[in-house]
Design a protein around this ligand. Sequence first.
Ligand SMILES: Nc1ncnc2c1ncn2[C@@H]1O[C@H](COP(=O)(O)OP(=O)(O)OP(=O)(O)O)[C@@H](O)[C@H]1O
Ligand SMILES: [Mg+2]
Length: 253
Amino acid sequence: MIAVINQKGGVGKTTTAINLAHALALSGRQVLALDLDPQGHLGTGLGVTGKSTRGMDDVLLNGDSIDELVVSTRSTGNGRLDVVPAGSGLANMEHLAEGGAQRGMRLKTALKNVKCEYDSVIIDCPPSAGLLAMNALFAAGELIIPVSSDFLALQSLSSFMTTLQFVEKTSGRSMGKHIVMTRYQKQRRLAREVRDSLQQHFPDQLTKTSIRENVALAESPSYGESIFEYQVASHGADDYRQLATELTTERWH
Ligand SMILES: Nc1ncnc2c1ncn2[C@@H]1O[C@H](COP(=O)(O)OP(=O)(O)OP(=O)(O)O)[C@@H](O)[C@H]1O
Ligand SMILES: [Mg+2]
């Protein structure tokens, strides 16, 4: 269970969730990608569209089973990429008043009941620290934390790390944390400084792979394609393939 999470907006969470999920499927894994952001960009970015689409809103608000809502999008040799889109009512989850502390456990419970076997479940989170993000944190064993290469990124990362410490303390377990630099431009001094600073503060969490700035990564979602479909010969495809290898061989338990 892997959550792609950072309460800061626009840092590359959805781009990372989409392309990492497809990279893992292409390497022969059975992958399930869940859209936990009411914006619904993971679903549309992977070509799952349609107004009537039901999704994670039904799972979290009505207790429907994930199996019923899975959309099979790609099968690649041995691998497979299934998606559950956000659904049009997902934003209501943030205003859910009833249910007490158990409200944060709904995703974890739903995932326990999934019958289909998956090697990896990737959760795309919204840019907030509300109930949706809490559900992802309580369900996930591994966190991928994308960080963009700007100055404010560092400041918001340290406040996010404090949130994580709180969750780890309340839930009595620790999560694998993997910080990934996104939109990296080596020629920019600021980007190198941000990387050096991350290296200094989070030497064990920072991945060796950084995702470079690549226009094809920004273009591909409007075609409902991952980078491996839209432009397989690109820095974006190379970087996400390398990130998938680093995570699976060196970092994930
Ligand atoms: N490596 C990259 N190179 C170029 N553009 C990128 C890259 N990564 C992300 N982008 C672009 O940056 C913008 C924000 O990325 P993305 O939507 O993945 O961030 P996010 O963290 O999911 O945002 P939100 O917090 O709104 O959910 C998008 O327009 C995306 O196409
Ligand atoms: Mg997003």
